[in-house]
Design a binder for this molecule. Structure first.
Ligand code: NAP
Length: 246
């Protein structure tokens, strides 16, 4: 699963799953553009990659803003020389029961979790299509398939990412661009720590592997999808949940 010579963009890579993905792709030899809405968090991840002997460029930016996204892709091409891999990882939760959910909370989650995936994908594909090579990996959630109380906005956006992935995989197959989506289960990150223990405890009991995942559990699967060994996978929705899926 060698990624030497490849250039990757990982969004939301200042923390959690995105950070683990950025570190893993760099360890496999890719030069990584580390994006995060928090520029300091992005630089910290980039520094860690460099300390481990890898190549990284950090770019602060909001994936829900077209201008930020286009600038990020321009910098990747200018500074790293191209882009073969895009990991759409940035995501947020704004949890509330539907009865209390505000229009603002709905829009915020849709803009980052779904529109962000659209904007980043649209910005990289002209380059990938021209070179007839690309690997796009979207991070959805098992919640996008099964739903969750208090997260209708998040689940709707994550379900949207699955539909988007499957459509774009069909459109881009002729350009040798693979587009897949990963559906993590419960993964130990700051996002998960936002779920109250009274809900989390019972959910963990339902996981056949009897533990929450760690960010590296997702990073390993993403590194595989970014490699040529996964060349015959496209439009796939891969559940990485310790067996938990309902
Ligand atoms: P996390 O630790 O909160 O990391 C997400 C990162 O994305 C944060 O650094 C965050 O910055 C950044 N971000 C937020 N809004 C952004 C924006 N508009 N543009 C660019 N970056 C932005 O969460 P995580 O658990 O690693 O989640 C990563 C992905 O996995 C998300 O898409 C999430 O939905 C998905 N996921 C997570 C789990 C889980 O159990 N953890 C399960 C299923 C799916 P700030 O911290 O400054 O906001």
């Amino acid at each position: 699963m060698d990624l030497k010579g490849k250039r990757a963009i990982v969004t939301g890579a200042g923390s959690g799953i995105g950070k683990a993905i950025a570190l893993k792709l760099a360890e496999r030899g890719a030069a990584v553009l580390v994006n995060d809405v928090d520029p300091e968090a992005a630089s910290a991840t980039a520094r860690e990659i460099e300390e481990r002997g890898g190549k990284a460029l950090s770019v602060g930016g909001d994936v829900s803003k077209g201008e930020d996204v286009r600038e990020m892709v321009r910098l990747c091409i200018e500074e790293l020389g191209g882009v073969e891999i895009l990991v759409n990882n940035a995501g947020i939760a704004r949890s509330a029961l539907l009865i209390n959910l505000t229009e603002e909370q709905w829009d915020e989650v849709m803009n980052v979790n779904l529109k962000g995936v659209f904007l980043c994908t649209k910005a990289v594909i002209p380059h990938m299509m021209k070179r007839r090579y690309g690997k796009i990996i979207n991070i959805s959630s098992i919640y996008g398939r099964i739903g969750a109380i208090g997260d209708s906005n998040y689940c709707a956006a994550k379900a949207g990412v699955i539909g988007f992935t499957k459509s774009v995989a069909k459109e881009l197959a002729r350009y040798n661009i693979n587009v897949n989506v990963v559906l993590p289960g419960l993964i130990d990150t700051p996002l998960l720590r936002g779920i109250p223990e009274k809900y989390l405890g019972p959910m963990i009991k339902e996981i056949p592997l009897k533990r929450v995942g760690v960010p590296e559990d997702i990073a390993g699967v993403v590194a595989f999808l970014a490699s040529d060994e996964a060349g015959y996978l496209t439009g796939a929705a891969i559940e990485v949940t310790g067996g938990w899926n309902m």
